[in-house]
Design a protein around this ligand. Structure first.
Ligand code: BYC
Ligand code: FE
Ligand code: FE
Length: 468
């Protein structure tokens, strides 16, 4: 049953569990304080055209209305239970899915939930200043939509911690509001969630590549034998699609505008016309794709093997695999070997991070292909490309070595010489920042980006998505 009028809207019968309800209502003011301190800077008293979850079934869970962000109905929603669900993989495959936490898996499960939960508020912190430089009301609205939903994703994980982990769950839930993105003393857990997002091109790259990591991690957790985790991540995935839409169409609109400006300039110089050149866009791709590739963890991981063995974290679309135990067979990996590269066969379970990363990379490539059709249609030769998975990595096998975007090993001197060709330089960041002027007029858009091809929820582009 949906309880929408409660302080905490939910479909988990919260009103029947007074102990849990009290614990969550105690956490709520801390969450609100965090949202006001670390959520979007300014604009909190403005009406924004937002969608809110009001039902969990596929038809029309989303309700659209103008609301002030602090009045957003952050709620706890789990996808409908699958009757008689069985564990789909690992050592417990075929057994009844767990409705409570098995004692011996408590530590692992808590760690997975905390790691996932930590990314959600982190992303809101990373994006908190972007409202000031929004290229249109449409974009500002999308930013805030993403922010409130990441806030709800935090609620989803905090529900699991409070409901299933007792006192240490509550302590972890408090700690999720205490770590801060980019703070050297109390950083967020994963690398990419401590990287600054200073401009809107970075925001679009983040929502393309980093939210897409979210999609794949959530798909792997949706396979979980711990049924409440599976159900909560399945519902989160319905919100994730919009985040990647914002990123992918955002970059596409930048590319489209860059082409227009290039064609207007006698020398084809986009920057001379106040736009973002394609080489800079490529460097942003290289940066955010490589930071996001790190989020899958090490290529060879005993943690990943344990998560799989214990039925906590599966593969992408596990039901389409033939062998759900994955005890036989191996995965061939390209590994550093002296100053070059070699091959290694890794037992399947230990390769689970890399197997999920493979699916992610294929999906990223489809996104890049869609951007490239814009370049192709304009008759340009230039194509955007994903760098090699070895390029600019900070987690896993390739750490401490240098690779070109093509994936070839290079020495430190060559890396230094090429660094500002392959990754955004300070001058690139400064240039992009110099373009970030807010456009606070209905139906208008900043000079460096094309307008979207359509508005939100059937509304026109010049709709009052934000009421200042
Ligand atoms: N940065 O066995 P390994 C999202 C550590 S995004 C820093 O290779 P494992 C969202 C690791 O802790 C989705 N450290 O990896 C998107 C371990 O440390 P210890 C987030 C890292 O354990 C946009 C060591 O390296 N969801 O939702 O398999 C906006 C070796 O670990 C990193 C999840 O992450 C890193 N990137 O971890 C908003 C799902 N990677 O113990 C939201 C839950 C690894 O040796 N998490 N380390 O000191 C997991 O499934 C796994 O923990 C990981 C991989 C995928 C993160
Ligand atoms: Fe999220
Ligand atoms: Fe997201």
């Amino acid at each position: 049953m949906m309880e929408l009028r409660e302080t905490i809207p939910n479909n988990v019968n919260l009103s029947e569990d007074t102990k849990l309800q009290r614990a969550l209502e105690k956490w709520l003011p801390d969450y609100r304080r965090w949202w006001l301190d670390m959520g979007p800077d300014s604009f909190q008293d403005k009406e924004i055209y937002l969608r809110t979850a009001i039902a969990v079934d596929s038809k029309g869970w989303a309700h659209f209305d103008h609301v002030k962000m602090p009045d957003y109905r952050w709620g706890i929603f789990l996808a409908e239970p699958e009757p008689d669900r069985k564990i789909g993989f690992g050592d417990f495959g075929g057994q009844q899915a767990w409705q409570e936490v098995p004692g011996e898996l408590r530590g692992y499960l808590r760690r997975l939930i905390v790691t996932q939960g930590d990314t959600e508020p982190a992303s809101v912190e990373q994006q908190r200043l972007l409202g000031h430089t929004a290229p249109s009301f449409y974009d500002m609205r999308n930013l805030f939509q993403v922010n409130v939903e990441e806030g709800r994703h935090l609620w989803a994980m905090v529900y699991l911690l409070h409901r299933f982990f007792g006192r240490d769950g509550r302590e972890e839930a408090d700690a999720l509001l205490e770590r801060r993105s980019g703070d050297p003393d109390k950083p967020r857990i994963l690398g990419a969630f401590n990287a600054p997002i200073r401009d809107w091109l970075a925001f679009f790259m983040f929502t393309t590549f980093t939210d897409r990591d979210g999609k794949y991690q959530l798909l792997a957790l949706a396979e979980s034998g711990f049924d409440p985790l599976s159900r909560t991540t399945r519902f989160m995935l319905t919100e994730e699609a919009h985040h990647m839409f914002v990123g992918e169409t955002g970059v596409r609109r930048v590319v489209q505008r860059s082409i227009e400006l290039m064609q207007q300039d006698p020398n084809g110089d986009v920057r001379a016309q106040g736009g973002i050149d394609l080489a800079t866009i490529q460097r942003y791709v290289n940066l955010w794709y490589s930071l996001s590739a790190d989020l899958f963890g090490g290529e060879i991981s005993s943690n990943a093997a344990d998560y799989f063995a214990s039925g906590l974290k599966g593969r992408y679309q596990e039901e389409q695999e033939d062998d759900h135990r994955a005890l036989e067979g191996s995965y061939r990996m390209t590994v550093p070997d002296g100053s070059g590269l070699g091959e290694q066969d890794v037992p399947l379970r230990n390769a689970m991070n890399e197997i999920l990363r493979d699916r992610y990379i294929e999906d990223c490539q489809r996104g890049v292909d869609r951007w490239n059709t814009v370049l192709e249609r304009a008759g340009l030769e230039f194509r955007l490309r994903l760098p090699s998975r070895r390029f600019h990595r900070h987690v896993g096998l390739y750490v401490g070595k240098h690779f070109t975007p093509e994936g070839d090993p290079v020495g430190a001197a060559e890396w230094q010489a090429q660094r500002d060709i392959w990754l955004p330089s300070q001058a690139d960041f400064d240039y992009v920042a110099s373009l970030m002027h807010p456009v606070h007029e209905r139906g208008k858009v900043a000079h460096w980006i094309a307008p979207p091809s359509k508005g939100i929820h059937g509304r026109p582009f010049d709709f009052d998505y934000v009421r200042l």
